[in-house]
Design a protein. Structure first.
Length: 165
């Protein structure tokens, strides 16, 4: 049996605060939506189009998303498309919706003061100058960090250099 390709990469801003819940077995599920802007030219006029995508992050990655993200935070998502199907309770018609299950979430926003003591974007984690990347619940090691040879042997090779951002 062959496995088909199902991979998506998106950058956008959260449209509302993340919602965290847990399965009956205690596994975390974080859901949020992002807006992705696109521009194109039609009849010598620049048009803007916005698409909205529902994102699901599982486990520790989902807990980190809930902890560090809020409405307006900019994120880069790598994941796969997942279709949900159900029967409408009133009409019994089959409905479907396509969302993104995140494999990796990169926090792109930095904390900035709005003057009223509130932060208007995601706070940057302490002692880290680059945006955090979470891959299936674990922070992806920064290849530029000083690590001992022992740590480098146990470091997972899940950095992805072919992402275009």
């Amino acid at each position: 049996m062959s496995k088909d390709l199902n991979q998506v990469s998106l950058i956008g801003r959260l449209t509302k605060d993340p919602e965290l819940r847990y399965t009956a077995t205690g596994y975390a599920i974080c859901g949020f939506s992002i807006a992705n802007n696109d521009c194109y030219k039609k009849d010598n006029e620049v048009k803007e189009e916005v698409s909205f995508f529902d994102i699901t992050a599982w486990g520790a990655m989902g807990e980190n998303c809930n902890k560090y993200l809020k409405k307006g935070s900019m994120v880069a998502i790598t994941g796969k498309l997942k279709q949900q199907r159900w029967n409408d309770k009133d009409t019994n018609e089959t409905r479907s919706k396509i969302g993104v299950v995140a494999d990796q979430v990169q926090f792109l926003s930095r904390s900035e003061s709005t003057g009223d003591g509130e932060a208007n974007s995601t706070p940057a984690p302490k002692n880290h100058t680059r945006p955090e990347v979470y891959n299936q619940g674990n922070r992806v090691p920064d290849p530029w960090e000083n690590q001992s040879p022992k740590d480098q042997d146990s470091m997972p090779d899940n950095t992805n250099d072919d992402i275009p951002f």
